[in-house]
Design a protein around this ligand. Structure first.
Ligand code: NAD
Length: 311
């Protein structure tokens, strides 16, 4: 399959590398020139769970530089860059090109659908984990299930083909006919872990310990579940709080991605996670005071990156 990865950071590089190794024709597109140059000059270095090696793969900073139209474009920019990245895709979208988002947070499928039409878009979630180590270098840090589906739940030939290609690349993938429920369930998990981990600067396992943190986690998750239910979303776990707690325990040594962003003083995806619950809550008249407060606290932290004191 001919696949373009847009946003070849941690996840885009890892997925691109794995897909290229299994024989697909893969192009990486990223605005980070140093990274693109390193990949073109030396290859993409992947280390970690799937082994240490260079993968030969082409990369570019511009969509226009890539000839032909791909069968699939995988979007792996951060959610706050989706709109900007999506708007630049027109030159590489052909009649039979599908757009897949496996990003975290809410709103990515909506942005892509608004620009290119719902029928072009497929979505999903992944439990793979990756970290950029430097230009041209990525760490394969976590492996777990990936699920994809059509927005209308249909079992189409293209969704089966794409799942097969992912599976052949070692990315264990299932087709899910409730993709909205899937995205919302991952959202609720991120709602209960990411920002809270940031505020306390702790790994996932610590979040569920002690007197206060579990109480805040419960409130954040309950608000999100209420919003989802009011919207008629069928979450994939019966007891979401229990699921969130269990994930914190299973990944007790993980530094969640929002905390990694804050440690590096980078913009976070807060507006697409807890902030999305607030926005969606307002639309269906469900109050979300805990999510509102935590969203504003994270925004305040971002605003003060350059004023932080280092003791
Ligand atoms: P990242 O910051 O490592 O990579 C994003 C890349 O997008 C960067 O290299 C950036 O230069 C590039 N970019 C920005 N604007 C662009 C544009 N207009 N065109 C092309 N490239 C552009 O982020 P990541 O950690 O790989 O995360 C990507 C998405 O996947 C996020 O939504 C994240 O929540 C989700 N996710 C991440 C992980 C993980 O372990 N890292 C796991 C699951 C899901």
């Amino acid at each position: 399959m001919r696949i373009n990865i847009v946003g070849a950071g941690a996840m885009g590089s890892l997925f691109g590398g794995l897909l290229a190794e299994s024989g697909n024709q893969v192009f990486l597109i990223d605005i980070w020139k140093e990274h693109v140059d390193a990949i073109n000059n030396k290859g993409l270095w992947i280390e970690g769970l799937s082994g240490n090696r260079f993968v030969k793969i082409e990369a570019s900073t511009k969509n226009e530089e890539i000839q032909g139209k791909p069968d699939l474009i995988v979007i792996f920019v951060k959610s706050y860059h989706t709109e900007e990245a999506a708007n630049k895709l027109l030159p590489i979208i052909g009649e039979n090109t599908s757009l897949l988002t496996l990003q975290n947070g809410l709103g990515n499928t909506e942005i892509l659908s608004k620009i290119y039409g719902k029928e072009k878009v497929i979505a999903g979630t992944t439990s793979f984990g990756a970290t950029i180590l430097g230009p041209g270098k990525v760490l394969h840090a976590g492996t777990g299930p990936t699920a994809i589906g059509e927005l209308d739940g249909k079992l189409t030939t293209r969704i089966k083909d794409i799942a097969e290609v992912l599976n052949q690349s070692g990315i264990k993938t299932e087709i899910n006919q409730n993709v909205l429920g899937l995205i919302w369930s991952k959202l609720v998990i991120n709602v209960g872990i990411n920002a809270l981990g940031v505020l306390m600067r702790v790994k996932n396992g610590e979040i569920v310990k002690g007197e206060f943190s579990p109480k805040i986690q419960r409130a954040l998750v309950e608000e999100a579940v209420q919003v989802a239910k009011k919207k008629g979303i069928k979450l994939i776990h019966e007891d979401m709080l229990n699921e969130v707690i269990s994930i914190c325990k299973k990944t007790e040594n993980n530094i969640n991605s929002m905390l990694q962003d804050v440690i590096r003083k980078r913009k976070t995806e807060i507006d697409f996670i807890n902030g999305a619950i607030v926005k969606e809550g307002e639309m269906v008249n469900i109050p979300t005071p805990f999510n509102k407060m935590i969203t504003e606290l994270i925004r305040a932290i971002e605003e003060k990156y350059e004023k932080q004191i280092n003791i």
